[in-house]
Design a protein around this ligand. Structure first.
Ligand code: TXA
Ligand code: MG
Length: 323
């Protein structure tokens, strides 16, 4: 940890595991190191980065005018799979925020991520900027092997990849915009809309498709409070293989579905999760496996219902690019 933290202090990149996906880390105050993140990812430089901190006590370094409901969320769900978007402090420069007046902050829940953040703090660091450690638009990596496959060709001998095995959650953090009177969820994740409204006691605003259920809790349909204009259906989280939703798989196609759904003859089963949590955990590695096997199409039977299933459907809709 101390050695990896020194690499960060020296301006090198350190890829590290979190409970959601692997991040590609740099010193969040070092403009040159952060510029390398964009280069290595091939990502447009106006896309803001999440700053990772060791504990909620450091939130004041990066943000100001933090609303009370954001403090509640931090107390309830940090360390954890949640990013809060807050008004930025002086420390959060344009090269982190994509020139926006806000900054995304997260305390990850992973022994290696926290160990690295603590060692970095001890060495004088303020926070680690880290997007998911994949090339822009691709599937996020949920193992160190996947990081090396994605980015190995773009990293230098000085950069570091920390191996923490497979990620527990498997899909990216819930992003909550805390700059208005009520929380606006920008990206669904393991911290569900119910958890956010219960923690804050406030109505919430959702910018993604969420599940509508009837009075008995049965899933009816997906709907959004507001569809985000940009990025709502952009091709993202996507493997090379074409992702098809709502189709019956045919011979030669890859197939991802809950365990109780059978595999038709000739179809290549890539994952058979037992529940929605396992679905999230194995989804990205199954999509990577489709590419590794050179499959051109993958059919996915989406999980229905609320909770993490909403996040899974969100990522699949983007991976399928509206198909
Ligand atoms: O689970 C995660 O959040 C992972 C791990 C590594 O922490 N990180 C991650 O980062 O998914 P990234 O960069 O791949 O996705 C972060 C998203 C981007 O879509 C970015 O636009 C959005 O967060 N974001 C970051 N700062 C923001 C801000 N100030 N306002 C609005 N959106 C922001
Ligand atoms: Mg990403």
């Amino acid at each position: 940890m101390a050695s990896a933290a020194e690499h960060l202090m020296a301006g090198d990149l350190v890829a590290f595991p979190t409970e959601t996906v692997y991040g590609l880390g740099a010193d969040a105050t070092d403009s040159q190191a952060v510029a390398r993140i964009y280069q290595v990812k091939g990502r447009p430089s106006d896309h803001p980065l999440i700053v990772h901190i060791a504990s909620m006590d450091r939130i004041g370094d990066w943000a100001r005018e933090i609303p009370e409901y954001a403090i509640k969320l931090g107390r309830d769900f940090w360390p954890g799979p949640m990013t809060l978007v807050l008004k930025r402090s002086e420390l959060a420069k344009d090269f982190i925020t994509g020139k926006q007046d806000t900054v995304g902050v997260r305390v990850p829940d992973h022994v290696i991520a926290l160990g690295l953040l603590e060692a970095f703090e001890k060495a004088g660091g303020k926070g680690i900027a880290a997007p998911s450690a994949n090339r822009f638009g691709h599937v996020s990596p949920t193992s160190a092997t996947a990081v090396v496959e994605e980015l190995g060709a773009y990293l230098t001998q000085r950069d570091v990849v920390l191996d923490g095995g497979a990620c527990e959650v498997g899909v990216e953090s819930t992003i909550i915009d805390c700059t208005t009177d009520i929380p606006r969820i920008l990206r669904p994740g393991a911290i569900s809309d119910d958890m956010v409204s219960q923690s804050t006691g406030l109505d919430i605003f959702r910018t993604y498709r969420f599940a509508i259920t009837d009075s008995a809790g049965c899933y009816l349909i997906d709907k959004a409070d507001e569809i985000r204009v940009s990025g709502s259906l952009e091709n993202h989280y996507a493997p090379l293989a074409m992702v098809l939703l709502c189709e019956t798989p045919a011979a030669g196609q890859g197939f991802i579905a809950h365990e109780n759904i059978q595999t038709p003859p000739g179809v290549i089963r890539l994952a058979s999760p037992r529940d929605d949590e396992e679905f999230a955990r194995v989804l990205y590695s199954a999509l990577r496996q489709a590419d590794a096997q050179g499959l051109s199409e993958v059919v996915v039977v989406q999980p229905i219902g609320v909770g993490i299933a909403v996040a899974i459907r969100d990522r699949l809709a983007r991976a399928a690019n509206g198909r």
